[in-house]
Design a protein around this ligand. Structure first.
Ligand SMILES: Nc1ncnc2c1ncn2[C@@H]1O[C@H](COP(=O)(O)OP(=O)(O)OP(=O)(O)O)[C@@H](O)[C@H]1O
Ligand SMILES: [Mg+2]
Length: 347
């Protein structure tokens, strides 16, 4: 009896898929050196028993904000100064209530007697412990906190500190309560997106670690870099590396080709966004008029750049993608004419 799992290919093309994890922190973080130095400079006063500066890291998704801050915290930890300066990283999306936030700090500083304690109790205990030293607390996704009063409490109750806030919400500072705002006065570090060359280099480094040499055909890799740079999102590039390799693997290919990347892109981006402008116009027409012949579509489009033959090819592709359907009807004295109508329900 054949088994469904008989033809499993035991040789994976991934050397180490963990490398492509969003949480994986590379050894080096190219093109973010100046931002990392800026963050480090705000922390440095803590080394001399002075007060650190607070920081607001702001920028669009997937451009290395969390990675850069974690990198600085790791360097701080590696410096072996946690006896003197404690680095803490809290994801406020995962710990969005004051109590969860405080419990996570307890967890990181190894304080175990949290049972049946109120948030106020926890805050008092934490302050007592942290105030013996200096502390860097990174509040990632800070705008996801259910209530910003924890920020006020940290500012008031913890003395020697640098608070790092990360967000992609540009209105974050403006939305803060005046009492918090005036106490905070952070250094704002604006993260810009990477350009194409930088995106390519970052993704290449990850690809070289995650896969054997030459696993990706050059044009397949470039397609990923181009899409990732266009969307200004490294995370998307990592997803496409993973998805297209998985697609290739499922088809028993040991080399990732452009067609696998295109398939991965189509999977990630709903059809509607990938449709060329012209296809969108045809769909709108068919939605409105219900049924049209190719000639009628051509007249409606009224686009000098498209001739009848080109339009037939576009319509044929749309039929392949099951966006429209064609019925042959007997119309007029010239006999059978294909009439197109819109069928997709996903749009
Ligand atoms: N300069 C870089 N070098 C290597 N990897 C990078 C670099 N910048 C970003 N990455 C990688 O890209 C992915 C996304 O980065 P990160 O999670 O830091 O984005 P983010 O700006 O915090 O986005 P979000 O606002 O959605 O949280 C991570 O896997 C990260 O390791
Ligand atoms: Mg982040």
């Amino acid at each position: 009896m054949p088994n469904l799992f008989d033809n499993i290919n035991n040789k994976s093309i991934f050397i180490d898929p963990i490398i492509l994890d969003f949480e994986y922190l590379p050894k080096l973080l190219p093109f973010r050196e100046s931002e990392q130095h800026h963050i480090a400079d705000c922390i440095k006063p803590l080394f001399n028993n002075s007060l650190g500066k607070n920081i607001l890291v702001i920028g669009k998704p997937g451009i290395g904000k969390s990675a850069a801050c974690k990198f600085v915290l790791r360097e701080l930890e590696e410096k072996g100064l946690d006896e003197k300066i404690i680095p803490l990283y809290i994801n406020c999306w995962k710990n969005n209530t004051e109590h969860q936030f405080l419990l996570e700090i307890c967890n990181q500083i190894d304080y175990k007697f949290t049972h049946n304690k109120t948030s106020l109790d926890l805050l008092k205990t934490i302050s007592k412990i942290l105030n013996k030293k200096a502390v860097v607390i990174c509040l990632d996704e800070v705008d996801k906190l259910a209530d910003y009063s924890i920020i006020y409490n940290l500012i008031e109750d913890i003395f020697k500190k640098t608070l790092i806030f990360i967000t992609n919400k540009t209105s974050f500072l403006a939305e803060l309560d005046k009492r918090i705002h005036s106490r905070l006065i952070p250094e704002v570090i604006n993260f810009k997106h990477y350009n194409y060359e930088e995106t390519k280099e970052i993704l290449k480094q990850r690809m070289d670690l995650a896969f054997n040499k030459n696993t990706f055909e050059q044009e397949a890799f470039e397609e990923i870099a181009a899409k990732s740079a266009y969307e200004k999102d490294i995370r998307l590039g990592l997803t496409l590396l993973k998805e297209s390799a998985t697609t290739a693997e499922l088809k028993n290919n040991s080399v990732v080709k452009k067609e696998h990347v295109v398939e991965a892109i189509n999977k990630l981006f709903p059809e509607k966004e990938n449709l060329k402008e012209i296809e969108n116009k045809i769909i709108s027409m068919l939605k409105e008029k219900k049924e049209l012949t190719t000639k009628e579509i051509l007249n409606e489009l009224n686009d000098k750049k498209i001739n009848y033959r080109q339009l037939t090819a576009i319509i044929s592709k749309m039929k392949d993608k099951k966006l429209i359907t064609t019925n042959i009807i007997t119309k007029g004295k010239f006999g059978n004419i294909p009439v197109h109508s819109f069928v997709s329900t996903v749009l």
